[in-house]
Design a binder for this molecule. Sequence first.
Ligand SMILES: NC(=O)c1ccc[n+]([C@@H]2O[C@H](COP(=O)([O-])OP(=O)(O)OC[C@H]3O[C@@H](n4cnc5c(N)ncnc54)[C@H](O)[C@@H]3O)[C@@H](O)[C@H]2O)c1
Length: 449
Amino acid sequence: MVPAEATPTAAAPRLTVIGTGYLGATHAVCMAALGYEVLGVDVDPGKIERLNSGEVPFYEPGLPELLAKAMDSGRLRFSTSLAEAADFGDVHFLCVGTPQQRGSNAADLSFVHAATDELARHLRRRALVVGKSTVPVGTAAALADRVRSLAPAGEEVELAWNPEFLREGFAVEDTLHPDRLVFGVTSAWAEERLRAAFAPVIGEGTPVVTTDLATAELVKTAANSFLATKISYINAMAEVCEATGADVQKLAEALAYDDRIGGRFLRPGLGFGGGCLPKDIRAFIHRAEELRVGQAVAFLREVDEINKRRRARTVSLIRELAGGDPAGIRVAALGASFKPDSDDIRDAPALDVAATLHAAGARVRVFDPVAMDNARRACPQLDYAADALDAAAGADVVVLLTEWTEFREIDPAAMGAVVAHRRIVDGRHALDPAQWRAAGWTYRALGRP
Ligand SMILES: NC(=O)c1ccc[n+]([C@@H]2O[C@H](COP(=O)([O-])OP(=O)(O)OC[C@H]3O[C@@H](n4cnc5c(N)ncnc54)[C@H](O)[C@@H]3O)[C@@H](O)[C@H]2O)c1
């Protein structure tokens, strides 16, 4: 639900959102829903056209309905012009991508630099530029100098950092009702502008943590490192469980009752992926080494390695079930997106496993409820099915790779009737082994006997 007090005053800043991908489009739509006048900007004219016609260019539950409302309100529009954005906005949110550089762990900041430079050249009056993209610590301070030197308004333009913690699949809820807001600022004016830009959210009682620029950047990196570590921790335990015949699912359940540990992100399985955690921990390793504190985060290399081993181990489980040689075996791959309720396939463990099996000679048929188009573009060599049962038809092994609700609800008897062999690898610990075994399936999962 949109906060009730969504009525910013006449003095409310006009907002721009630069970069309208998973983060930016959601932010632009939600800010308009909160009552602000918003202009979204992207270099991709196709994306802008779709947004202007009321279509969300990716899958995010609840966002299409909110976009329609925001467009009807007349408070939201989209453009490809940063000159127009500079003219329109008082507060400019930077939401462009920061992917991993090719051949390096470092973050690629070229989109951040291109967007900031182009915007700054058109800033002729007092304005606040607010970074939301995830960047290596130190980026904001350097950008602040860059913006001031390029902007015609010079010292009138300030820069702040407001890291974003939204989760794909829950992006609308997380944007309207975040756990906390972090404002990295260098002046009282910048803090006042940010408070004005989030007034309805703050009015709901959302905690605000005000920091310097470097701390704000680090909060995001530290949060993602912690989450990745927690996932790899339980997956490391899964490796030990496999060597001893113990059951990692029971282990995790028992650990979760300890309030100091907690059960969230303690789910064993195929591990993390997506456009954030993997590249963010690698960029952190790289940046810490540049700062000569590499040792402090050296454990993140192991976190990354444990995570990669989950993918390799899933492939080897499938091979074991199929009798050793993957060549020619038919595999039904259920899931392509990096997590359920998203069509994001960036560094998706599911597609990685499917592509590895294909490269080893297996005949892989993939089905995902929403990520089929993205998966086809990224992995055209794979075969794609119309639904889960179609994927499973004639399969020697079924592997569940993304824990979509519809896969959890599959009837083992119905699927058993179409496969060549009743063998399933549950890569996400999403199924009830007793139920599948009772239906005659050989059930395997990482870290379970
Ligand atoms: N996706 C998430 O769940 C999430 C959550 C928190 C933080 N983040 C961070 O937010 C940032 C964006 O992530 P995303 O997932 O939205 O990426 P994305 O690739 O979906 O979107 C980035 C958008 O920026 C646009 N762009 C690139 N250069 C531009 C320029 N010069 N001017 C205007 N637009 C430009 C691209 O066309 C694209 O639409 C990253 O730093 C990411 O780490 C993402």
